[in-house]
Write a protein that binds this ligand. Structure first.
Ligand code: COA
Length: 309
């Protein structure tokens, strides 16, 4: 069966940085509390979902060296589209000079893994080259007077070009999950702010990440010991530590960038994955486990064999 391979990637973060110290001027909080409870030190705020997507995707296209006209599908994961209609992917498609199908995927913070898996479905039925983007601008739906959520959420984008390959496809196992009965734990109405039951989300997040990771690894015929790098959703370092403990995965085999980014939802996993790649933490043949969770409550994981050359 036709598989896929990432041949170029890019990321984008807004210029404006908001530190924990900045937040403590805006609301009743402090650096010590935020650092200890979440691991986050600063986050980037600004831009639109389209502008950040265009920036990260242009970098991915430049790195891959492909002609934009050869891209035959764009999948944009976002839970913060710029408009209700049209899909933000249409704006991005036009700005990048693409002439292909383009659509948004919304699976909240699990979205990038959903989009990456969906892209493989398109490759399996004949697509040759896809652009997969994960972008969110959560600052636009954050209540900046609510210290329970404002300390967590931020903006960013990550993108990659995925080529069809008849042999050596890098996706070895995947799992997509959702439990809509839990939507009350984390939601934002159209035009409204994020509401969250932080404690309950925390508790369930650990469980569903671990469960999803085991399912993907089983499908790939691999174990935790085979994983060179785990790339979890960057929500809270304590969630990541608890999940890694339950998976028996040491933290030195885990990618963490949330101290710099906060929770950027769809962008979180690509920001951490491509940071690892850019910093020499990935070699050809490495087994990478991406695992996310989010509102819905969704969970998603994918086991890939990294191959950049
Ligand atoms: N600064 C200072 N104090 C704060 C605070 C803040 N930003 N937010 C809450 N507090 C206070 C609370 O009022 C409470 O005080 P009390 O003991 O006097 O009542 C105390 O700190 C503990 O609050 P609690 O809500 O129990 O903290 P927590 O350890 O559960 O941490 C979260 C809160 C939000 C950081 C944590 O629950 C979390 O990260 N949950 C998961 C959220 C998530 O990942 N969402 C996205 C999913 S994609």
């Amino acid at each position: 069966m036709t598989g896929g391979r990432i041949i170029g990637w890019g990321t984008a973060l807004p210029d404006k940085v908001l530190t924990n110290g900045d937040l403590s001027v805006m609301m009743d909080t402090n650096d010590e509390w935020i650092t200890e409870r979440t691991g986050i030190k600063r986050r980037h705020i600004g831009g639109s979902t389209a502008s950040l997507s265009i920036e990260s995707a242009q970098r991915a296209i430049d790195m891959s060296g492909v002609d934009p006209a050869s891209i035959d599908g764009l999948v944009l994961s976002t839970t913060t589209p710029d408009r209700t209609v049209p899909a933000t992917s249409a704006t991005v498609q036009n700005a990048l000079g693409l002439r292909c199908g383009a659509f948004d995927v919304n699976a909240a913070c699990s979205g990038f893994v959903y989009a990456y898996v969906v892209a493989h479905g398109l490759l399996a039925i004949g697509a040759k080259r896809l652009l997969v983007i994960g972008t969110d601008t959560l600052s636009r739906i954050t209540d900046w007077s609510d210290r329970g959520t404002a300390i967590l959420f931020a903006d960013g984008s990550g993108a990659c070009v995925v080529d069809a390959v008849s042999e050596g496809g890098q996706l070895l196992g995947w799992d997509l999950d959702a439990d809509g009965s839990l939507e009350h734990l984390l939601y934002a109405d159209v035009g409204g702010y994020i509401h969250m039951d932080g404690k309950e989300v925390f508790r369930r997040a650990v469980r569903i990440m671990v469960d999803s990771a085991h399912k993907s690894l089983a499908k790939a015929g691999l174990s935790v010991d085979d994983v060179s790098l785990c790339v979890p959703h960057q929500a809270n370092v304590r969630i990541i530590e608890a999940a890694c403990r339950q998976l028996s995965l040491p933290m030195d085999r885990t990618a963490v960038v949330l101290q710099e980014t906060g929770n950027t939802s769809s962008a979180s996993i690509p920001l951490a994955l491509f940071d690892a790649a850019n910093n020499g933490r990935l070699s050809d043949g490495d087994i990478v486990l991406m695992v996310g969770f989010g509102a819905g409550m969704t969970a998603a994981s994918a086991v890939i064999e990294w191959r950049a050359t």
